[in-house]
Design a protein around this ligand. Structure first.
Ligand SMILES: *Cc1c(COP(=O)(O)O)cnc(C)c1O
Length: 427
């Protein structure tokens, strides 16, 4: 094998050698470098070292969903190719940030957009933008001077969450409200913004429409955290269309862009202020939230890819995988399968496998652990064997499987391994 010469490659090399001379003679260096780049790119993924293997990090089957701790999603091949191609050339970072924002804003039907370092960074930049809008500050004043400025963010008590940290980073103060009356009373001359955690909509007394209207009566901008709320695809313009001033999405969850990318969408004057508080400005809260050129391009390519998709076809494919697993577990005693689809956030089929651990001889938590020790390693949905995460749909007697992040052929492997563990509990 090693002595064989690939005739195609040989010919192409010869052509490049020839064209190199010819183009240099013509003074056409840019064309030349892209030709060499294209050759490097075609061979990149087949010849690259497997660094997961080299580092001893196990590759997993994702039977969970777009969870951050499982690296969320895998980029589709056309996005991977766009990332690899972007890696071949330097650009002016600010130019790429501006152009990608304008392109995405057009495609997602809003005035302005920023590719951010994830939804969490989008929330930080949104907060910085609202501080700047209310106080007419410079980026270098955040967070140090914010204590003495207009600095209040209104949030429903039931919408308090771990990502509050992303706002607090800017030095703001969170004002909690419960009822509509509280909310109306909470606006003061120091209010700079409100935050609405979209998937907590049902848990609060104030719905997303009312929330927005009251804020706008006080001329205060509203940010919505919709990080995990695609699908459906149309959510990418639904909330900005409603009038939300700023909306963030995770780039690496359902959108399947790079995990360290995200989107801040909304009113142009605010996304411009968000960009001013972002890197490459070194004296800004967003300095540590850099998205590399490869990932900015990956985010744009993921938006392009997504807009070619159909929600119906995707959901049908997730259901097909779900059915494969259900069929493979038919003969497990006491097993009942249910498919649950959350209304907002991770709006995809969740397979709930309920059974009697006494009869089967192994608990869902033990199954989850066993699947981690087998190869290939399978990670089940974190709601497995626990109450609360999926409301009444999961408990200590249920295994939860997410099929939407599985790759071709993996549903069969998950079904087979689940069957092996459940039918052989003492192994
Ligand atoms: C995942 C998530 C985030 C953070 O998203 P990243 O893109 O990982 O920064 C923020 N808010 C909510 C509601 C999320 O689900």
């Amino acid at each position: 094998m090693s002595s064989m010469v690939n005739p195609g490659l040989f010919t192409r090399r010869r052509f490049l050698a020839w064209s190199q001379t010819a183009l240099t003679a013509l003074g056409a260096a840019p064309l030349l470098s892209s030709g060499v780049g294209a050759l490097a790119e075609t061979s990149a993924s087949d010849t690259a070292d497997d660094y997961y293997e080299k580092l001893g990090v196990e590759k997993i089957i994702n039977a969970a969903g777009t969870y951050t701790y499982l690296t969320a999603s895998v980029m589709p091949p056309q996005v991977q190719r766009a990332v690899a191609k972007a890696a071949l050339h330097p650009v002016v970072l600010k130019d790429l940030q501006t152009a990608s924002g304008e392109y995405i804003a057009k495609r997602l039907r809003c005035e302005g957009a920023v590719v951010t370092c994830g939804a969490s960074a989008a929330l930080t930049l949104a907060t910085a933008a609202c501080i700047a809008a209310a106080n007419n500050t410079k980026p270098d004043q955040i967070p140090e001077d914010v204590g003495a400025m207009k600095n209040e963010v209104i949030v429903q008590k039931s919408h308090r969450y771990e990502y509050d940290h992303a706002m607090l980073l800017c030095g703001v103060r969170i004002v909690e409200v419960v009822t509509v009356e509280d909310y109306k009373r909470a606006f003061t001359p120091k209010t700079i913004m409100t935050n609405f955690f979209n998937s907590a909509d049902e848990s609060g007394a104030i719905d997303r429409q009312t929330w927005l209207e009251i804020a706008h009566q006080h001329n205060v901008p509203c940010h919505m955290d919709a990080a995990a709320d695609m699908p459906p695809i149309s959510n990418l313009w639904k909330y900005t269309g409603m009038g939300y001033d700023l909306v963030c999405f995770s780039g690496g969850k359902g959108i399947r862009g790079p995990q360290n990318a995200g989107l801040l969408l909304g009113k142009k004057h605010l996304t411009d202020l968000a960009a001013a508080n972002n890197n490459p400005n070194s004296d800004a809260v967003g300095r540590g939230m850099k998205v590399a050129k490869e990932q900015i391009v990956g985010m744009v390519a993921a938006v392009d890819w997504l807009l070619e998709q159909s929600d119906e076809a995707n959901q049908a494919e997730y259901m097909r995988r779900t059915d494969i697993i259900i069929r493979m577990l038919k003969d497990i005693p006491t097993m009942r399968a249910e498919v649950f689809m959350p209304e907002i956030a991770n709006h995809v089929p969740h397979l709930i496998l309920a059974y009697d651990p006494q009869v089967v001889g192994i608990t869902p938590k033990q199954v989850q652990e066993r699947l981690r020790t087998l190869r290939p390693q399978i990670e089940l949905n974190p709601a497995t064997g626990s109450t609360g995460r999926l409301g009444p749909h999961s408990n200590e007697n249920t295994i939860v499987v997410g099929t939407w992040m599985m790759q071709p052929g993996e549903a069969e492997i998950v079904g087979r391994q689940l069957h092996a563990v459940l039918s052989n509990p003492k192994a």
